[in-house]
Design a protein around this ligand. Structure first.
Ligand code: RAT
Ligand code: ZN
Length: 423
């Protein structure tokens, strides 16, 4: 089989799996959706938007949900948990999920991977010494350290411009940080226009509840001003499973995106606040209607849509929809899908239907340090799937080269995003 010989000669690698792993590890990532911020947004205290370090890592909302399974609210009432300091919450979670139970869940394993890769012993019974290590880190330098460990080249933020705390930071003036790119996140505009409209009025935009021409003009002025302020590379929203259509989206947001030549990202399937006592961990997911996506792709051919859906059951139809519409880019395995078994299944299916023309993953990291594990785990799974696909291709007679594997890795982990952004 000459092609295999060629692959081996070029790479000097004994197996396709080794080669794929090496290439993926060496490929820098552009992370297209996170909830991370640079230190200028505050990096300590309850209002600091930059989450990083041990206590933020261990009190990640995925782990808060899990600790209330181990110790239900009948034993530790929600109010009592929320009244604890962040360090106390972290100690409680550590004890329940890492000391008294085996940390088998993906969110638990993530903490273990992260600590190990930082060179810290993950097997400790108390967090005290690690807490001290994190206290000694300078947040700005630590960002570089984490990005280097995760081999992430660029972090895309989620700039919630209707959030009072974040808005105040921007208005006070934020020095641009070249490591972070902005995204205009506008959920309230689409989910609750009457309330969002009142805010816009209070901020000096001349809007009425009825979507008159003047109101649409003013909504676009708001979007344009904030797009400039956050230097947004795309505009984004998270929508409930019931989402079908939205007049303000079609009349104001999509025309604005087209004029600015930026994509619109839709993350559909989140049902907010099913158990509000859990706060950030309160949400669940539900089945979306793919026709909400295909109808927009069809009727707005000059717009580009990044789309991720939260229900496992929607994944196949999303990939099929992307075969019909070149202005639709499926991305990531979102939130409750960001687990190895589901990433494996979804990535495999997407590659079978779409080849290399998909963005297989984003991190959704909320805590800086999570970049380390989210990308380590996802790279491993992408490597596993690709290895199998390359082996099938070799068996079919394709003369695979190392350069092709490198090109694929670059397309999956950065170029597909950049090219779709650029239009
Ligand atoms: O994955 C998450 O952390 C969720 O809480 C959400 O933030 C979600 O990713 C979103 O962007 O709405
Ligand atoms: Zn998110």
């Amino acid at each position: 089989m000459p092609h295999i010989t060629r692959l081996l000669t070029e790479s000097g690698s004994p197996t396709v799996a080794d080669l794929v792993t090496r290439v993926l590890v060496a490929q820098p990532i552009i992370d297209m959706h996170t909830h991370l911020y640079p230190p200028g947004f505050g990096h300590t205290g309850p209002d600091g938007l930059m989450l990083w370090g041990l206590d933020d890592l261990v009190t990640y909302h995925y782990l808060v949900a899990e600790v209330f399974r181990a110790v239900p609210a009948t034993k530790l009432p929600y109010a009592q948990f929320w009244a604890m300091s962040k360090a106390e919450q972290a100690d409680h979670i550590w004890k329940q999920l890492f000391v008294e139970r085996t940390p088998l869940s993906e969110a638990c394993r993530g903490v273990i991977t992260t600590l190990s890769k930082l060179g810290l012993d993950p097997g400790v019974k108390s967090l005290a010494s690690h807490r001290q290590w994190f206290r000694e880190q300078n947040p700005n330098d630590y960002i570089d350290h984490v990005m280097a460990l995760a081999n992430v080249k660029s972090i895309t933020m989620t700039n919630a411009v209707f959030d009072d705390n974040e808005r105040a930071c921007w208005l006070a003036g934020i020095a641009p940080d070249p490591r972070f790119k902005g995204v205009l996140r506008i959920d309230p505009l689409l989910l609750d226009w009457p309330t969002a409209g009142k805010k816009l009025s209070a901020w000096g935009y001349n809007v009425e509840e009825a979507l008159t021409e003047k109101t649409i003009r003013e909504v676009k002025r708001f979007l344009n001003e904030w797009c400039d302020r956050v230097q947004a590379i795309y505009c984004a929203v998270s929508l409930p499973p019931e989402f079908r259509e939205s007049p303000i989206l079609e009349m104001a947001v999509l025309p604005f995106c087209e004029e600015r030549n930026i994509p619109f990202a839709m993350m559909i399937g989140s049902r907010r606040g099913v158990n509000p006592e859990l706060r950030d961990a309160a949400d669940t997911g539900g089945l979306a209607d793919i026709r909400a996506v295909t109808s927009l792709c069809q009727r707005f051919p000059n717009n580009r849509f990044f789309v991720t859906l939260l229900a496992r059951e929607n994944q196949h139809e999303l990939a099929v929809a992307a075969r019909k519409f070149g202005n639709l880019m499926p991305f990531g395995c979102w939130w409750f899908l960001n687990n190895p078994s589901l990433i494996d299944e979804i990535t495999r299916m997407r590659i079978e239907l779409l080849g290399t023309t998909v963005i297989p993953q984003h991190s959704d990291a909320r805590v800086l340090d999570q970049l380390i594990y989210k990308w380590d785990h996802s790279r491993t799974i992408l490597g596993r799937v690709l290895t199998e696909k390359y082996q099938d291709l070799l068996a079919a007679g394709w003369p695979l080269t190392k350069a092709e594997i490198e090109r694929d890795a670059r397309q999956f982990l950065q170029d597909n995003f950049l090219i779709f952004l650029g239009g």
